[in-house]
Design a protein around this ligand. Structure first.
Ligand code: SF4
Length: 405
């Protein structure tokens, strides 16, 4: 199933706008979930987490120059399990951001939390520092499915975390769900959806279970112990979700994202609109100043490099030694990226802003592609925008790869 989408895109493109986002990767988890391909793992000790935070603070201070004069509109703590760091460490990181970066009033600051570490103490201590959105890794409202996925929480834990966030004044909570578990029936998925809706979240994200290389789940598949659901099953679950969430008053604004009015994730919109964002922490990907970059994936290497280069603050070594990949995009590559990411949004790509940014309208470069996809019922286009049809959402990659040319 090709629509599984991680919390951060691995590539990006576009040209600068005044908005700027900040992504921070915190790679620690209590245990590794069976399906997880993110850079995450259990820390060897509490000291290791402290050491990582120290390195991150140096890195954030060194990167602050890049954001000077820019309005920082969103911060997203992803992982890993950011909530596992606990309040004291998160307070230090947030204080460093406030010190070094010009956050706009009302900036969206999201923390990903898992139910077992999303405590009232954590949320109450982070709200005064501007955290106003929680993305809760729920995945399922069936305890047996949670166990099968290798999650350490239970459904009761989800309710505790939700209550804690709300008691701390954070009503902007997103629930992350996974569908298409092997053997999961459509009815069981519908039950998870109903239970999610009963909690009245402001936002929902749902992804098809992926069998990513290197995961335990993929090894089980190779051994023949587990068989992925078939595309028809995934599609039936996806369609059922679209229908039910629309009925419940949630607007779908991206292939995998739904929200109450005005509660779309502003940080993720930065990715899809190809605005700029800086990235800190292992494996984080950023897009800044025409450069798309990915940071090294090994936490120990990350810490050592930063510890050995403490002079990096102020010496323009922002990238030095910490990059795993870097690519300066040509204008045409950036325009392709803008189409591929922009078409993930249900409103599609706005032709006028695309033209302002890249110097030509989408139809001028991809006229034939657009016509072909429109004939197949996968795309709609008019003078104002180009967008996928709902029929294409589930098979989006089939349509999107045509914009690579
Ligand atoms: S909690 Fe999230 S990041 Fe951590 S192992 Fe599970 S899926 Fe991966």
């Amino acid at each position: 199933m090709s629509n599984h989408f991680s919390s951060q895109p691995a590539s990006s493109g576009g040209s600068p706008s005044s908005e700027l986002g900040l992504y921070i990767h915190l790679p620690f988890c209590r245990t590794k979930c069976t399906y997880c391909a993110f850079v995450s793992g259990s820390p060897r000790s509490e000291e290791e987490i402290d050491r990582y935070v120290e390195a991150l603070l140096v890195h954030l201070a060194a990167g602050a120059d890049r954001a000077r004069g820019r309005a920082l509109t969103t911060v997203f703590f992803g992982g890993g399990t950011p909530s596992l760091l606990g309040p004291a460490r998160m307070e230090r990181i947030l204080a460093a951001i406030h010190e070094g970066y010009a956050l706009t009033p009302g900036a969206e600051i999201t923390i990903e939390a898992n139910p077992e570490s999303g405590t009232r103490d954590l949320f109450e201590r982070l709200t005064p520092l501007g955290v106003n959105r929680v993305s809760l890794g729920v995945q399922s409202f069936h305890d047996d499915e949670l166990q099968w996925l290798g999650r350490v929480h239970s459904v009761a834990g989800v309710d505790r975390a939700l209550e804690s966030a709300r008691a701390a004044g954070i009503d902007n909570v997103s629930l992350d769900l996974i569908f298409g578990l092997p053997g999961q029936s459509l009815d069981r998925w519908r039950e998870t959806l109903e239970r999610a809706l009963a909690r009245d979240p402001m936002h929902l994200s749902a992804y098809a279970l992926g069998f990513e290389e290197g995961t335990l789940l993929d090894r089980l598949r190779e051994q023949g112990t587990v068989s992925p659901a078939c595309d028809e099953e995934y599609e039936a679950m996806y369609d059922a979700m679209r229908e039910r969430l629309a009925e419940a008053g949630y607007g779908q604004y991206e292939l995998s994202s739904w929200s109450r009015p005005g509660r779309a994730c502003r940080h993720n919109l930065i990715y899809w609109r190809r605005d700029e964002y800086l990235a800190f922490g292992v494996s984080a990907h950023g897009w800044y100043g025409g450069l798309r970059y990915g940071l090294i994936r090994d936490p120990r290497k990350y810490m050592t490099i930063i510890e050995d280069n403490r002079c990096m603050v102020g010496a323009d070594p922002f990238w030095e030694g910490l990059l795993d990949e870097r690519h300066s995009l040509s204008s045409d590559e950036a325009a392709s990226d803008a189409m591929i990411f922009g078409l993930r949004m249900t409103r599609g790509v706005d032709a006028a802003s695309f033209s302002r940014r890249y110097g030509y309208a989408p139809a001028e470069r991809w006229g034939e592609t657009i016509a072909r996809l429109r004939d197949r019922g996968l795309l709609e286009a008019d003078a104002g925008s180009v967008r996928l049809t709902p029929r294409a959402y589930f098979i989006s990659n089939e349509a999107l790869h045509h914009f690579l040319d």
